[in-house]
Design a protein around this ligand. Structure first.
Ligand code: PMP
Length: 305
């Protein structure tokens, strides 16, 4: 089975053991994901290769985070890594086509018999897997850099869990949209936390700074990757508190996520960031990111061969 027209979004999706078109996938209204946002998710980027195959990037790390998120909300992982890999491969195979993509995975606590906040006994998790197209930022938008705005981070203090309870993030993304910005950069108690759906990095005096891992941010799969890429490119890196003043005085600001890779922010709250152009640290990290992808895909190909 393949998805229909490229312009008609109706991929073949997995829901609780069945594969079928998205338009026919249904969950009961008492699913805890619907009623309470009681679930977690993952987004794994898939890159189109010459020859048509799509390969996941950093899948092992995404599956490890999925397992950690489930553990933190006490849902038993319904699959081991081999089981997840098989499901993801089937989603890829069932939706062949052109271009890059993502695989979205959602696991909720399952369907309760009645509404009640505490965990119901004896229910099985709901598992959903869907492939969607990924359009990476264009070369022109990278050359230009993106606009960001700031806002107070009003989310709960378990931002380390990749929870489907995303209301705080949704409101921040809407705030960006209403200000013609790509992202809202959040501050809590005068310190940088993260974007609505990205990690945020600044450059000060040639050093790359990232907000500390912990409950105030989601540790992106790109967090560890950016650390590795900085080391490879000979860029000093520090994981530490970043003040609002440091953010506003930064020579460079960039965001990272599965769908943006690493993307320069050249305007913050209407003012230019540094020179107002994407900076050298961004350029070095972006190049290193592309090399890391090429290396990983070459090693996947050699394992497959
Ligand atoms: N923080 C938040 C709140 C996010 O939603 C995301 C994107 N999933 C990230 C950070 C970046 O994570 P990753 O690098 O795994 O995409």
């Amino acid at each position: 089975m393949t998805s229909t027209q490229a312009d008609e979004f109706n991929p073949t999706v997995y829901l609780n053991g069945d594969w079928g078109p998205l338009s026919e996938a249904r969950i009961p209204v008492l699913d805890r994901g619907f009623i309470f946002g009681d679930g977690i998710y993952e987004v794994v980027p898939l890159y189109a290769q010459a020859g048509g195959a799509r390969l996941p990037f950093r899948l092992a790390q995404h599956l490890a985070r999925l397992n950690r998120s489930l553990g933190k909300i006490r849902i038993e992982n319904p699959f081991d890594d081999a089981g997840w890999r098989a499901l993801i491969q089937r989603a890829i195979d069932a939706n062949a086509g052109e271009g890059d993509a993502i695989v979205y995975i959602q696991v909720t606590r399952g369907v309760a018999k009645k509404r009640g906040h505490a965990f119901p006994a004896g229910i099985a998790p709901t598992v959903f897997v869907m492939q969607s197209p990924l359009v990476l930022p264009s070369d022109a938008s990278r050359a230009q850099g993106a606009v960001a705005v700031t806002a107070e981070d009003k989310r709960w203090l378990h931002c380390d869990i990749k929870s489907t309870s995303l209301l705080g993030n949704v409101l921040m993304a809407q705030h960006a949209a209403e200000h013609d910005a790509l992202e809202t950069i959040q501050l809590r108690d005068g310190l940088l936390t993260e974007g609505s759906s990205s990690n945020v990095w600044i450059v000060a005096g040639g050093t790359l700074l990232g907000a500390p891992r912990g409950p105030r941010i989601l540790e992106g799969i790109r967090y560890g990757l950016i650390e590795e890429l900085a080391a490879e490119a000979g860029i000093a890196f520090e994981e530490r508190d970043i003040t609002e003043a440091e953010l506003r005085a930064a020579d460079e600001i960039m965001i990272s996520s599965a769908t943006k890779e690493v993307m320069p922010i050249t305007t913050l709250d209407g003012k230019p960031v540094g020179s107002g152009r994407p900076g050298p640290v961004y350029a070095a990290l972006y190049d290193a990111y592309q090399r890391a992808k090429a290396r990983e895909f070459a090693s996947q190909a050699s394992r497959a061969g």
